[in-house]
Each structure stands twice: as C-alpha cells, then as structure tokens.
Write a protein of this length. Structure first.
Length: 256
C-alpha cells in the first residue's frame, strides 16, 4: 500500500487520525518514533521556527525544501499546509501542489481565506472555482494528493459561523474536496451538525474547549490536529529553562 493510500484510509477509521503537527525534521522524527501514524506541518509553527509570521510569509522554496528533508527521513504519511496556495492564481497553486507531490507529500491543506494583513474570507463561488480547478488538475494528472479544505468561519469568529460552514461544506464536497478542516470549532452540537452535513471526513483542531478524543470519536470526527499549540508549548518550556539557567548560574535545570 502506498503512503497516499495509507493516509486516505486513516481518514476512514473509527478512531480519529491524530496528526503530529511538525515544524522541522526532528519534530517529524519525534512524532514518528512515538507512534503517530501521520504528520503534517503547522503553517504557523513552521513559519515561526524560521523567524517569519504566519500567512505565507515563509518563502515557498523554504517550505518545499523542508518537505523534501522530512520525506527523506520519515516513513509515515506527510501532509503540508499550503495556506491559500502560495499564489493568487490557479496555475500558481497547481504548480506548487505538483512540486510538493513530486517531493513525496501525500496531502495538502488549502484554506478558503486569503492570508493578508487582515484575513479575507473568499466568497463561496470564488473558492469553489479554485477548488474545482485544483481537484480536476490533480485527477487529470493522477497526482496522489489528499485535498483537505480548511474553512474559516469559526476561526474568524463569525456570528453566522455554523450556517456559513454548512453552506461551504456542501459546495466544497461537490467541488472535489477529500476532507474538511474546521479550525476553532469546539461546541459539541456544532461539531455534530458539521459531521452530519457531509460524507467527507471532518478535521478539528486543538483548542481550550475542544472535547476529548473519545467524545470527538463519538461525534464522528475523523481527524484531529494540534495546530501550533505543541510548538508553542515546547518553546514556552525552552524559555523557562533558559531563564532558570541564567538565574541559577548553573546548568542543573537541563542536566537533572
């Protein structure tokens, strides 16, 4: 079975796929060594690790090189968050997807907002056109890429987030998406409605009020992401240790 086939099947299991969200090769190795079945980049964590802000500020060539390095050393399926596609044209988006596919990546996240100074939610019609073209290109060229579409109504805190999300899910399902990612959704009833709205696997993300994994499974969620939270926790701890070294005037905090 190919890595792409494995990744696709992991979205159909009764137990949700828990993704390790990476930012470098070593974090990818760590998640693989600790039993994770698949990994994906967190765009924010990856950008921050290179000193950039999130929102396609990290150069695409840096993202591509990181993807190649990860594929070289990790055997589990690997998906990449390409935010808005790193291009405002369909040709540009599909070229970027081809480069990642050729590097060995088996999935992408593509979002329906345009990363800018203020995040802009594209109209359903605009994004449906992009998604249809991307999905058709992938199909015509026999690219083994799982298209996970992120819809940002809840992330943006829209008062109409649920009905907006439900409308978009139907459109994206009909336009060739393989999965739907709804970051920042946490309410159990909202999650239940979103799951009921589609036969596609639903992906949720770590948030303070997110139900635990067993409840998410009972609600029908198929994929759970960490977002940047794991990365942030690691660097919070690094900050704590570095402060202790400086104040203690010794290395006991990192040697014990």
């Amino acid at each position: 079975m190919s890595s792409f086939e494995t990744f696709s099947q992991l979205h159909q299991s009764a137990t949700p796929l828990l993704l390790g969200n990476i930012w470098d090769v070593n974090s990818a190795r760590m998640f693989e060594a600790n039993g994770f079945k698949a990994i994906a980049t967190s765009s924010q964590a990856l950008a921050n690790s290179f000193g950039y802000e999130d929102g396609e500020k990290l150069p695409f060539e840096t993202l591509l090189q990181l993807a190649k390095n990860v594929v070289d050393v990790v055997r589990i399926p690997f998906s990449v968050d390409i935010e808005g596609g790193y291009s405002r044209t369909i040709d540009g988006i599909t070229r970027n997807i081809e480069k990642l596919h050729d590097a060995g990546v088996v999935g992408i996240n593509l979002e329906d907002t345009i990363p800018d100074a203020t995040r802009q939610l594209q109209s359903v019609a605009e994004f449906q056109k992009i998604l249809s073209a991307v999905a058709n290109h992938i199909s015509r060229n026999n690219l083994d890429i799982f298209i996970n579409i992120r819809t940002d109504g809840f992330l943006l805190g829209m008062p109409t987030a649920l009905p907006e999300t439900l409308t978009r899910i139907k459109s994206y399902q009909d336009s060739g998406a393989d999965g739907i990612f709804v970051p920042c959704i946490t309410n159990r009833n909202d999650i239940k409605e979103v799951v009921k709205a589609t036969h596609l696997p639903i992906n949720v993300m770590c948030m303070p009020d997110l139900p635990d994994f067993e409840e998410l499974e009972s609600l029908g969620v198929k994929r759970i992401s960490m977002g940047p939270f794991f990365f942030n926790k690691v660097y919070d701890y690094i900050g704590k240790l570095s402060k202790e070294i400086n104040s203690n005037k010794n290395f006991s905090s990192i040697l014990s």
